[in-house]
Design a protein around this ligand. Structure first.
Ligand code: DLL
Length: 432
């Protein structure tokens, strides 16, 4: 068993976890008060001083940090360590507004890579594995995080980055990759390409670590069947480190949050009230060990549920559900809340792959919803003369799921533009 299964940490008692969190939180709050004027000002505005924070129970007294704060403080206003102690930046993949730039000291990189190493070990990774990292490298955190984690576990690491599918498949077959790390949409794309090229017999993959975008349980099953592997979820965000903030274990029922580094809360996104365990709401993180970019009560906008139920893997750290959407990009179409994951569920249940694009527009003051759905090659070759019928059937299923009419257009396999990184699922023309 690798060093990066850390039972003394990962299976610690709740009392022990709280003790670490209390001690580290108090230290972190004192540190930002003394060293980060932006935080001090926010705390002063709320009438809180470090003396008011004695442990996790006092977290709720502290102000939240949002993306708007990151924009205000861009680029250096939230630095928690001297710039000369920072050794790296990473940045978000967002296309609008200013990018988020996060700073890392060497300790930050170490703890981040430890978290990713834990994720790899949790899917059965050891130094005998060949780990193909097909997340983007560069400013995006996916490649860097899993690459570092893979090194720490001692896997043979293939730093492929995303894209160049031919090369991915060549290395995967020639070097016998056993673990694949990439976005779930790219995993599906690779699976389709493997199938088309008749390479299934030459693939040695046993597990995949997929995250960075929303994917449903149906999509998990689809990937598992197509690649004949176990598919595990991994969650994270640039502001908090990157991938590895939380990861799935063999139980595949929620992701353990690395609670020795991050304290998680769930709040009501409208009232900001802290909700009890088991409630659905917005996830908020506080970094208690990070130095360069120590986020305090950062509002992720991701909607999920936290549970501290006993896990069959033995880990005691609290679990988060798959994000069920975002408090800010949930679509409201004709007054109805629409989550892309609902549409995905219908498509997969109807035998389509999760390759789709949702286009929302406003015509004559009324919202329109259109779903472009890529056919699988099998459906495509079988579809002659049946397209209208197939589209009608999807319209009916979507109406049942969403409660509103969505126009459906079936398109040829691989005709929806793919970034080969994160899939562009939604085009909301009303905002342009
Ligand atoms: O996506 C970090 C990452 C890389 C996670 C590789 C997992 C694997 P950002 O680009 O900053 O960071 O985007 C963060 O992506 O707030 C979520 O909305 C979404 N997200 C990340 N992981 C998942 C997941 C990386 N497993 C934003 N399921 C987050 C659903 C996810 N959404």
């Amino acid at each position: 068993m690798s060093n990066y299964y850390q039972p003394e940490i990962e299976t610690a008692s709740l009392e022990q976890i709280r003790e670490w969190q209390n001690e580290r939180l108090v230290k972190q709050i004192r540190h930002v008060w003394d060293n980060v004027p932006y935080y001090r000002k926010k705390m002063e505005e709320k009438g809180v001083t470090p003396d008011d924070v004695k442990g996790v129970d006092d977290l709720k007294k502290l102000p939240f940090i949002t993306k708007a704060d990151l924009r205000d403080a861009y680029p250096y206003g939230l630095l928690g360590a001297p710039l000369s102690d920072c050794v790296r930046i990473q940045s978000t993949s967002g296309t609008t507004g200013k990018r988020v730039v996060a700073f890392y000291t060497q300790n930050d990189i170490d703890l981040w890579e430890d978290c990713c190493a834990r994720a790899i070990v949790a899917v059965g990774g050891t130094k005998e594995d060949v780990c193909q990292v097909a997340y983007g490298y560069g400013l995006f955190t996916g490649g860097a995080g899993l690459n570092g984690g893979s090194h720490k576990v001692g896997c043979l690491t293939l730093p492929m980055s995303s894209g160049n599918t031919e090369r991915q498949l060549q290395f995967m077959t020639d070097l016998g990759s056993t673990i694949l790390c990439c976005t779930p949409s790219y995993a599906l794309y690779l699976a389709e390409s493997i199938h088309e090229q008749g390479l299934s017999d030459q693939i040695k993959l046993k597990a995949g670590i997929f995250g960075a975008e929303a994917w449903s349980e149906d999509m998990r099953r689809d990937i598992e069947n197509k690649l004949n592997i176990k598919a595990y979820d991994i969650y994270g965000l640039t502001e908090i480190t990157g991938p590895g903030v939380a990861f799935e274990c063999e139980a595949q029922s929620g992701m353990h949050i690395n609670e020795d580094h991050f304290i998680a809360e769930i709040i009501d996104p409208d009232t900001c009230e802290v909700l009890p365990e088991g409630s659905k709401g917005e996830l908020v993180f506080t970094c208690i060990t990070k130095e360069g970019f120590p986020m305090i009560r950062y509002r992720t906008r991701d909607i999920c549920v936290l549970t501290r139920e006993k896990c069959s893997c033995g880990r005691t750290h609290i679990k988060m559900s798959k994000p069920m959407g975002r408090s800010d990009d949930m679509l409201i179409v004709k007054g109805v809340n629409v989550f892309p994951s609902q549409i995905e569920t219908v498509l997969i249940q109807q035998g389509y792959a999760a390759n789709y694009q949702i286009v929302v527009d406003r015509v004559n003051h009324s919202d329109t919803l259109e779903v472009l759905v890529e056919m699988t090659p099998e459906l495509f070759s079988d579809s002659l003369g049946k397209i209208t019928e197939m589209e009608k059937s999807l319209v009916a299923e979507l109406k049942t799921m969403l409660g509103i009419y969505a126009k459906v257009k079936l398109v040829a396999p691989k005709s929806i533009a793919r970034s080969e990184g994160k899939a562009v699922r939604v085009i909301d023309k009303r905002k342009i």
